[in-house]
Design a binder for this molecule. Structure first.
Ligand SMILES: [Zn+2]
Length: 128
């Protein structure tokens, strides 16, 4: 079944927004751990990526050092530039099923965008 939505518990969504605010004007990067649930992907928790190095224009990520972990369902990162779309590099480095992109001001759930590996927008459902 095609993934159509990303389900975020509010505590996870709040953590993502806070991490993005703290990292700004640099990018933040986190791995998403979760599971498929019907036509959605449910995000259970966030993990910091191994040896990620934050820069102002791109996120460097050692995919070769990532542990083999099938509960990793995707990546979240911020775009301080404010562009709510994955770059070509983002799509090239896509892992898992979904990608979350956060844009300034990182103040509400509408600042979080979700995409599949084709770069198509997915719905985000925030659960209490
Ligand atoms: Zn990006």
């Amino acid at each position: 079944m095609m993934v159509k939505k990303v389900i975020l518990p509010s505590r996870v969504a709040d953590s993502l927004l806070e991490m993005a605010r703290l990292a700004y004007p640099l990018e933040m990067l986190a791995l998403l751990r979760g599971k498929k649930k019907g036509d959605g992907v449910y995000i259970e928790e966030l993990l910091f990526a191994p040896l990620s190095e934050h820069g102002s224009s791109s996120v460097y990520f050692r995919f070769d050092l990532m542990p083999m972990d099938f509960t990793i369902v995707g990546l979240a990162h911020s775009h301080p530039s404010g562009i709510p779309k994955p770059s070509l590099e983002d799509l090239h480095n896509f892992i898992g099923r979904v990608m979350l992109i956060l844009i300034p001001p990182f103040s509400g759930y509408r600042d979080i965008y979700a995409f599949n590996s084709d770069g198509e927008n997915l719905r985000i459902v925030v659960e209490p």
